[in-house]
Design a protein around this ligand. Structure first.
Ligand SMILES: [Fe+2]
Ligand SMILES: [Fe+2]
Length: 308
């Protein structure tokens, strides 16, 4: 049997679905509903046991009630099928009243902060939205609430999920709508049991660190921002490269991996039927088979490539 450390938790991190009511296309071009369906289908078809599905905001584009209802109708059954906890986070394109009513059946226009516990892992959904604006803030009352929550460590630590990442954006335009006064959050996170911060908002995959904690930004499932756009464009939004992320939590480390929303032609790989054989082999036998360049297994594969 394989002797690798298995993750204690696996999170599927999805962001910026930007759904519209009536299943309308975004910019009359992007089928944002189909993009979400594709991502959920990928998770269903994968061999990962997903413990939590985390959506880091901008769930809808203009907070239409039927867009939230459609989102809920698609994601709740998928999460139940996977046996995953479903965690929503507010974004700047969302509105608190519709978000609360349509996703939680609660009439409220207040701050939408929530705490979940998934097998000893605390996941905090922190509302960084500012009514009427696109930039992010964390109000004083929220900071007090968060400090109180983090005062008691969780058995497996904490994942902080928020829409606006506490990272400096390299685009001057995005700087205008990023999280304000990040230092106020820093004092709460540093030294706490927060293991990783998950965020969205940027529409491209990004990684950084904040207050000694890794920050992982999932790209969008709607459209993406091309972080390598040529200088003729101040900002370039493109209909491609959509993705989600998988977050694996181990005893003392966290690993994030980008998963493309699109599926591509399979040009090489191993069939799942090999798994039965793999499960009967020791770690040493497997390493010899896979790692030794002269193993029968690798020789056969090399011959196959040479034939092509
Ligand atoms: Fe967004
Ligand atoms: Fe956003």
């Amino acid at each position: 049997m394989l002797e690798f450390e298995t993750p204690s938790h696996v999170i599927a991190h999805i962001s910026d679905t930007h759904l519209l009511g009536g299943e309308r296309k975004l910019f009359s071009t992007v089928d944002v509903g189909a993009n979400l369906t594709r991502v959920l289908d990928r998770l269903r078809a994968g061999d990962q046991k997903i413990d939590a599905l985390v959506f880091t905001g901008d769930l809808t584009d203009i907070a239409e009630a039927d867009a939230y209802r459609w989102l809920r109708s698609q994601v709740e059954p998928a999460a139940a099928e996977m046996g995953a906890e479903l965690i929503w986070v507010m974004g700047n394109h969302d509105e608190r009243t519709e978000y609360s009513r349509e996703l939680f059946d609660v009439e409220s226009d207040g701050v939408q902060d929530r705490v979940y516990t998934v097998g000893g892992l605390r996941i905090i959904s922190l509302d960084t939205s500012v009514p009427g604006y696109h930039h992010g803030e964390i109000a004083e009352e929220q900071r007090l609430w968060l400090a109180n929550e983090l005062a008691t460590p969780a058995p497996h630590g904490t994942v902080l999920a928020m829409h606006h990442p506490p990272l400096v954006a390299h685009s001057p335009l995005v700087r205008l709508i990023e999280l304000q006064e990040m230092s106020l959050l820093e004092t709460l996170v540093r030294g706490s049991d927060v293991r990783i911060i998950l965020a969205g908002h940027l529409h491209y995959s990004s990684f950084g660190n904040f207050a000694g904690v890794p920050v992982s930004v999932a790209s969008a499932t709607c459209y993406t921002v091309d972080a390598g756009a040529d200088k003729s464009l101040l900002l370039s939004a493109v209909n491609g490269a959509q993705s989600l992320q998988l977050v694996h939590l181990y005893g003392d480390s966290v690993v994030t991996s980008v998963v493309p929303a699109e599926t591509y032609e399979n040009i090489s790989g191993y069939p799942a039927t090999l798994r039965a054989m793999v499960d009967t082999m020791s770690f040493a036998e497997l390493r010899e088979m896979i790692s030794n360049k002269k193993s029968d297994f690798n020789s056969a594969e090399r011959e196959q490539s040479a034939d092509l």
